[in-house]
Write a protein that binds this ligand. Sequence first.
Ligand code: MN
Length: 254
Amino acid sequence: MTVLQEFVAALSSGRIQVVDLTAPLSDQTPILGLPEQFGQTWPFQLSEISRYDDDRGPAWYWNNFSTGEHTGTHFDAPVHWVTGQQGADVSQVPVSQLIAPAVVIDHAADAADNPDFLLEVEHVKAWEAEHGALPTGGWLLYRTGWDAYGDDPERYANAGRTPGISVECARWLAEESPIQGVGVETVGTDAGAAHSFDPPFPCHSFLLGQDKYGLTQLRNLAQLPATGAVVIAGPLPIVSGSGSPCRVLALVER
Ligand code: MN
C-alpha cells in the first residue's frame, strides 16, 4: 500500500480519529469588542437569499453572510499586526504549513483557579522536559478550559479577564522556539489583560512579527494527546486578508 492508501485505511478503520477543533459559526459566536474609539469587527450574520420559494428561488436554499475576518475559530496571518506588515496575508500562507504537527500544553486547572493565568517560559520548558522538544514547524496548542464557555459570550469574555501568555513567553515562542504558531481556546491569542502589557498584545506583536501564525477559539483540545496530533487548518484564501474563519481539524492516532 502507498502511504496515502494506508492513511485512508487508518481513517476508515478508526485507527486515525478526526477531532473537530472548530467552534460553530453563528450570530451567537463570541467576537472581540475593542474600546469604542477603535473600529469594530462585525459579528457573523446570515442573510437568506432564498429557501425553496417560488419567487426568490423555487428549488434552492442559500444565504449571504457577513462577518469580520477574526470571527470564531480563525487564523491570524502575519500581516494582521503592524510588526508583521511585510509578512504573508492569509492567502499567501504556504498550504504545506496548513497541515502541521501539534502539541498540547494543558493549564486548564490553573486557569480555573485564576482567569488571569499566564503561560511562562518555565511552564513550556517543564512541558518539554516531560514530552520532548516543541515540534519544528508545528503548533503549540494552549489548553485553558476556556472552550467550555464558548456558547456564552458574556462568560467567555469574563469582563476582560481571560488567560493568555506572558510577554517573555510570547517573545521566546516567537524568537527562540521552532513552532510555526500558537493555538488558543480564547477569543484571541493574547490574554484579556494584554492591552496593558509591554509591549501590548505580545503574542500578536512577537509571533506575527516573526512570520508565525495564530489560531483562536479552538475547542476539544482535551481530546488530543500531549504530542502526536496533526492539525489541518483551512483559512479562506482571502486576497490581502489579515485572517479568516477557519475549519480546524486534528488527526489523532487511537
Ligand atoms: Mn485574530
